[in-house]
Design a protein around this ligand. Sequence first.
Ligand code: DHB
Ligand code: FE
Length: 270
Amino acid sequence: MRTLTASRLNVLYDEFLDTVRQFIIRHKITEGEYQQILGFVAELGQSGEAPLLMDVFLGVTVDDLTYEHLNRLGGTRSNLVGPFYLEGAPLRPRPYRLGRDNEPGDTLYLSGSVRDAKTGAPIASALLDVWQTAGNGQYDHIDPDQPDFNMRGKFVADGEGRFEIRTVVPEAYQIPVNGPTGRMLAALDKPAWRPKHIHVKLSGDGYVPLTTQLYFEDDPWLDKDIVAGAPKPELTTRLEKHDRPDEIAEKDVDRPFYTARYDFRLVPAS
Ligand code: DHB
Ligand code: FE
């Protein structure tokens, strides 16, 4: 992936300034408004929310532009990494699960496979690095009630590229509302919610790594995501509820549970 070199910066710099100047002129931005914007930018920097706010407004466009070609080659559609990925999630032992023994929320078995985008052949031992909110809609590193890396983990697909992970159904997520990002969204009268989603980074020997997110049908926030354009229909799967006593007994759970499936496709590196 291309990153910003000095020569590229030189190409972008003049045009960026020109674009912003034209914008200022077109909208007759005043000195008073300019001072307000400077104050906001300073506060945004200090709050640590700059990546959050930038991602909300620009992340999807950049992600689509960078990775669309992989989708055209048959690969699973990419989706933005978002501001809440943490390096170093633990490699989980089998049987795979996320969350504590009595993790609050609805138990979800997420299963599926990882396959070659060209041939459909399974990718044995593909690696899935998964992160999501808990059942309370909170990411673990922000929620004082969850242990570190509670809802994060690495999982290795089996010899046929298959995986099954026991987790909980994530909850719709409200991005932090007490900082400058939340204040701006409130001023814009935009609800600061994301539909429930599960993040996955996938990799396999000889394949282009993929970062994406899964969404769930019938989520009322799907078409009102504050990260507009992030929920793609092709990344939306279905939560299937299982409440028959025989199904519950078979899964060794004590109440109704959900399943969801997704088959990922990775593009060969060459
Ligand atoms: C954003 C993305 C997420 O996945 C999330 O949970 C919160 C915010 C974002 O793009 O800003
Ligand atoms: Fe997220």
